[in-house]
Design a protein around this ligand. Structure first.
Ligand code: NAD
Length: 332
C-alpha cells in the first residue's frame, strides 16, 4: 500500500517508520513536507491513500483531484476533522479515518501549563533570572485554589482538564451540548454558556470547531466576562475572534491569554520562520502583549501521543485495506 504523507515533519517519519517496523506492516510511506492544497495534491498521484494533519485542507476541489488519482482513503493523524469536507468525501465514495483519542491527557496537561505559566509569569521569570535579575515586581500571581474555572467542552480533553483542576481545589463550571455522566459525578457543575462566561476567573476551550462554535469567544461574550479574566485555547484557533480578544486585552478586560492554536495558524505554525518577515499583523500584535503566551500547536506533542498517533493511523490504513471500518475511527 502506497501512502503519501502531507505536512510531514522529522518526528512523524521517525514514529511512523518505527511502528511500521515493529509490526512488519506492508505500507510504503512517501513523506512530503508540503501541506496538502490544490497545488500539492499532485504529489499523491501514485498513492493508494493519503495521511494528513490539522492544516491540510480537503475541500471539494482537492477531494476531486484525489479521486481522479484513484485515492479512496484519507487517514487523518489527528482528532479534529474540521479541515475535511467529510460529507463530500462520503458522496464521492472516499473513506476518512482519524485518531479519536491520542493521549487527551497530553493536551490537558499543556492547557494547565499555559494557565500556570501565565498566572505565575514563568515566561518572564525565566528571562529575568537568566540575566541575574531577581526582582519580583511585575511577577505577582494569584492562588488557583478556589478560583472559578469555566470548561467549555467536556469530552476527553475537557474531562482530563477538570480532573487536574480539581486537584488544585478549583471551583469548576462546565458547559457542553451533551453533558457527561462522569463530570456529573464530580464536584464540577454544569451551567449555561452565558453563566459560565459571566462567572469564570479562567475560561478554557475544549470543544471542536463547528459552525456553532466558530468565534464562540467574541466581542459580545468578552463584554460579559469578569474583569481580568484568563482565556486559554488549546482547541482550534477559530473558536476565538482574535481581533475581539486583542480589543479585550487593550481594554484590560482580558487579563491573560494563553493560546496553543490560532485562527490563521495554517500559514504560520510547524515551521521555523525565525528569519522571515511575518506578514500577519494580528498575530504580531498578539506577541507584543506581556500577558499573552502562545505556543505553536504543541498540546499533543508528547512521546506517548506520537506513538498512539502512529499506531492508530497505521491500524486505520490497514483496516481500510481489509475493508474493516471501526466506528470510533472511521468518519465514513
Ligand atoms: P471530544 O470529542 O472528546 O470532546 C469534545 C466535546 O465538545 C464533546 O463533549 C462535545 O459534546 C462538545 N461540544 C461539541 N459542540 C459543542 C458546542 N457547540 N458547545 C460546547 N461543547 C460542544 O474531543 P477532545 O478529544 O476532547 O478534543 C477537543 C478538541 O481539542 C478537538 O476538537 C481538537 O480541536 C482539539 N485538540 C487540540 C490538540 C492540540 O494539540 N492542541 C490536540 C487534540 C485535539
Amino acid at each position: 500500500m502506497r501512502v503519501t504523507v502531507f505536512s510531514s515533519q522529522t518526528y512523524d517519519k521517525e514514529f511512523f517508520i518505527a511502528h511500521i517496523r515493529a509490526i512488519s506492516a506492508d505500507i510504503d510511506f512517501d513523506f512530503q513536507e508540503a501541506k496538502l492544497t490544490d497545488q500539492t495534491a499532485i504529489l499523491a498521484k501514485d498513492a493508494d491513500a493519503i495521511l494528513v494533519f490539522v492544516n491540510d485542507h480537503l475541500d471539494r476541489s482537492v477531494i476531486d483531484q484525489l479521486i481522479s488519482f484513484g485515492i479512496k482513503h484519507v487517514a487523518l493523524r489527528c482528532a479534529g476533522y474540521n479541515n475535511v469536507d467529510v460529507e463530500y468525501a462520503k458522496e464521492q465514495g472516499m473513506s476518512v479515518s482519524r485518531v479519536p483519542a491520542y493521549s487527551p491527557q497530553a493536551v490537558a496537561e499543556h492547557t494547565i501549563a499555559l494557565m500556570m505559566s501565565l498566572n505565575r509569569k514563568l515566561h518572564k521569570a525565566y528571562n529575568r533570572v537568566k540575566e541575574s535579575n531577581f526582582d519580583l515586581n511585575g511577577l505577582l500571581g494569584f492562588t488557583l485554589h478556589h478560583k472559578k474555572v469555566g470548561v467549555i467542552g467536556t469530552g476527553k480533553i475537557g474531562q482530563s482538564v477538570v480532573n487536574i483542576l480539581q486537584g488544585f481545589g478549583c471551583d469548576i463550571l462546565c458547559y457542553d451540548i451533551e453533558e457527561s455522566e462522569q463530570i456529573k459525578q464530580t464536584n464540577a457543575q454544569y451551567t449555561s454558556l452565558e453563566s459560565l462566561v459571566t462567572q469564570s476567573d479562567i475560561i478554557t476551550l475544549h470543544c471542536p470547531l463547528t459552525p456553532e462554535t466558530e468565534h464562540l469567544i467574541n466581542d459580545e461574550r468578552i463584554e460579559k466576562m469578569k474583569e481580568g479574566v484568563m482565556i486559554i485555547n488549546t482547541s482550534r484557533g477559530k473558536l476565538i475572534d482574535t481581533k475581539a480578544v486583542i480589543k479585550g486585552i487593550k481594554s484590560k478586560k482580558i487579563g491573560y491569554l494563553g493560546l496553543d492554536v490560532y485562527e490563521q495558524e495554517e500559514d504560520l505554525f510547524f515551521k521555523n520562520r525565525s528569519s522571515e518577515i511575518i506578514d500577519d499583523d494580528v498575530f504580531q500584535r498578539l506577541l507584543t502583549f506581556p500577558n499573552v503566551l502562545i505556543t505553536g500547536h504543541q498540546g499533543f506533542f508528547t512521546q506517548e501521543a506520537l506513538e498512539e498517533i502512529a499506531e492508530t493511523s497505521i491500524n486505520n490504513l490497514l483496516n481500510f485495506n481489509k475493508d474493516e471500518r471501526n466506528e470510533s475511527c472511521f468518519l465514513c
